[in-house]
Design a protein around this ligand. Sequence first.
Ligand SMILES: C[S@@+](CC[C@H](N)C(=O)[O-])C[C@H]1O[C@@H](n2cnc3c(N)ncnc32)[C@H](O)[C@@H]1O
Length: 222
Amino acid sequence: MNILTQTADGSNTLFNETIGEHYHSAHGALQESKHVFLEAGLKYAISQKEEQEISVLEVGFGTGLNFILSFAHSEEHNIQLNYTGIEAFPLSKEVIEKTGYDQYVTPAIWQKFISNYEGILTQKQVLSSHCELEIAHTTLSDFKAPQQFDVLYYDAFSVQHQPEMWTNEMIAHACSFLKVGGIFVSYAITGNLKRAVKSCGFSIEKLPGAPGKREMLRATKL
Ligand SMILES: C[S@@+](CC[C@H](N)C(=O)[O-])C[C@H]1O[C@@H](n2cnc3c(N)ncnc32)[C@H](O)[C@@H]1O
C-alpha cells in the first residue's frame, strides 16, 4: 500500500508501507530528482557527449518523476532521449495522476506521458519526435537489454530497507548495462556502494547531495 505524502519542498511522494520508506527524499522529492538525476546525471552526461542523443536506464521507475523532468529537458534542448525504466511493481495510472507532478512540466509533456502510461507498461512507446520510453516490468536481477546506456539512474529504496538492491552482485549487474564513458548516479553514497562501483571499473566522484543530504555519488565507467 502506498500513501501520498508531502515532502519539505512542497512536492509529494509516496510512502510504501510494505518497505517502510518513501519513494523520494522527505527533504524534497522534486529537489532530489532535479539535483541527483537531472543535474548531476542527465545534464552532466549530455555535456560529455558530442551527439545530441542520450540513452537513460533507471532502476526503480516508480512515479516517473525522474523521467518527466528528463523528458522536459530533452524536448527543450532538442535532444533525442531513449529512456528505459526498470520497475518490478508498476504503479497504476490513477496513483501517478494523484502525485501532482503534472505541475512540474508543461501540459503537453504530461499528457504524452500519462495518456501513454498503460501502453508503456507493455511495449516501448514513441512519446514525441525526441523521446522513446519503455518500462521493463521486471526486477533488476531479471532485466536484460540488447544495448548499453549512457546514463544509469540508480534510484532503488535504501540499503536499510532493501539491502538486496545494493549487493556487489546487483550493482555489478546494473553497471554492466552502461557503455564505457557512461555515468552512474545515485542519491546514496555508502562505503560499500563506492567500493562496489569502483570494483566494476568506474572512477567515482563525491558530489554535494540534494538539500538535506551531505553527499551523493556519481561514477564514470572507464
Ligand atoms: C525509491 S523508489 C523509486 C522512485 C522513482 N524513481 C520515482 O521517481 O518515483 C524505488 C522503486 O524501485 C522499485 N523496485 C523495488 N524492487 C525492485 C526490483 N527488485 N527491481 C526493480 N525495481 C524495484 C519500487 O517498486 C519503487 O518503484
